[in-house]
Design a protein around this ligand. Sequence first.
Ligand SMILES: [Zn+2]
Length: 259
Amino acid sequence: MKKYRITLDAGHYADYNPSTVLKGYWESRRMWALCEMLAEELLKYGFEVNKTRTDEEKDLDVEDRGRAARGSDLFVSLHSNACDTESVDYVCVFGAYDDLNGSWELGGRLAAAVSECMGCTGGYVKTRRGRRGEYYGVLRGAREVECPLYYIIEHSFHTNLRASKWLMDDSNLRKLARVEAAVIAAHFGVLYVAGQVKGDVNGNGVLDARDVAMIKRAVLGTLTLNDEQLKIADVDDDGRITAKDYAMAKRAFLGTHKL
Ligand SMILES: [Zn+2]
């Protein structure tokens, strides 16, 4: 089966766009957290996940972030919105202005699912055309590198107290990540495969620090892995567990290398 590649973009960096109604809410921080969780959930389906940035504190030009979607099947930029009316509480997904590759279909499903998950008043697909094609730089960049489907998801409004409070809860973000991953997987016809993430020796669905530590111990001979774990730990697929597997798993965990 084809391995689909998805590029995720946490909309902003460091402390950016505070909520006007809830102290401590930053659009940048919450969407970074959601981006990490969505990456984890997508990996469980076997997607290849690419992120536009690996350092939460560092910015990258909007068009360059879009261009990071080169070679990807899907680009998603994660945001919460702002407006002058505190009561506004809906989800909006920006898709291609000309419905490129049927963009509005998946956009509509994402909008509806996110709205339902968040308990918002609705979810809608919107478009915005500018002088140079897409109005938004991230979408313009993604289109430029011919990523077939690209979206901005506005997870309601951080000018709304209910939505801001909801997004401040990590367990809600996890639900959101699962819902978004499920909609994306359904679109690509990908089924959930548990425990099949490369390097995920402890089988919790993600490659994390514990897995890296286990692979290191396996290489050193201080930990014995079962046959299934040996296959998963052998990230370079050469039939044995060596220092190279440890190095690759470590780099994958740090986000500097993709398995
Ligand atoms: Zn934003």
